[in-house]
Write a protein that binds this ligand. Sequence first.
Ligand SMILES: Nc1ncnc2c1ncn2[C@@H]1O[C@H](COP(=O)(O)OP(=O)(O)OP(=O)(O)O)[C@@H](O)[C@H]1O
Length: 370
Amino acid sequence: MYSNLEQIQSGSFSTVYKAWCSTLNKYVALKVIPKQKYTETGIMNEFKIMKALGTKHPNICSMIDYYEDDNNYVLVLEYCECGDLYDFLSIVKRQGSISHPALIQLDFIKIVHQLISALEYAHGLGIAHRDIKPENILLTKEGNIKLADWGHATLNRISNDFNIGTDNYRAPETFGCLNGHDTIKCDAWGVGVTLFYLMFGQCPFRNAEIPSNDGDLYDFGKGKHGKTAKCANFQQFLIDPYGFIYRYFLEPIVCIHQGRPYTAGDGKPSLYVWQDMVNIYQIFYVCRIIVDNLATIDADDRSLSRSLVLFDKVWNYNSNFNQGITAQDIKEFNADGDNNNNRTMDNASSMKSNMANASMERKQIIGKSS
Ligand SMILES: Nc1ncnc2c1ncn2[C@@H]1O[C@H](COP(=O)(O)OP(=O)(O)OP(=O)(O)O)[C@@H](O)[C@H]1O
């Protein structure tokens, strides 16, 4: 029934093949999981989740069939011709340079909509994905996405699993928290970090772990017991999230657009731009929305739906002056123009005050929609 197998990728648990399905008359993807690598409970969980997700949502990579032989479990999935977003961005990145970033011929806002729609559908069924990252977002030839790899997904809203997912994308509380963590809120954090990756080609921190004896992760900055975050970048983010994101991601980009060498910040600027993200204000606002509504320490403050309302606002606003970055934009963005010995600090503080305004806007929007 399945022929012409061609290997696509080998993941940590599985090998994925493209195969021709003669009964359906189309290509499918076979996710082949060796029995010695996976427990029966593990595969049954993935199978149960895929069944519950069904085939209705256009942005979820659905299961078409399932079978097993002596050595392998095999999930038969919808085939996504353009692979995953991580690989896709790596290819685009290689085509660009810092001064001439390659153009991604896809709309960022469309991908955000589809990702959040897929997740909200799953969340509505009580399913949390728990491994949101660009590698698990597949692209079709029409430029749509399908969320894949539900192998870590769970139906438990509160979990005490402290070793699930991919470190760079895991919410702080998934590293250890006395009363368990809310798996759906953790997905929102994963979306936030994923969006940073999609914009800048880099995650902001290696992990968001704060070693703590009692699992109390809500003690900002220096931990209760004098402990600090494991990763230096995350420590800076804890102390000053907007300032860190500015220095890490935005300042290098501002420097490049001004034709100055970038010296501050550790972030490497992306070597690509999204076709619908041509104004530096968009990048700026998107960062702000992520910091306030997705990758925010307090899980109660994370909301996929609220962030979508805010993203839409940015895009509607920008569609009126979608003419690229002008010198004036840069000047306004860069609080004190050319005379800027203290540029990093000033920008960070102006970004902070702008972010505070955004929080007000957020409250107004919440007020309107509720
Ligand atoms: N339906 C599909 N269509 C096209 N490519 C796919 C499909 N499913 C998976 N792939 C490719 O195979 C890769 C690995 O798949 P998947 O993440 O499901 O396996 P995994 O073993 O759980 O991987 P890991 O544990 O490393 O995340 C994906 O990143 C993607 O590039």
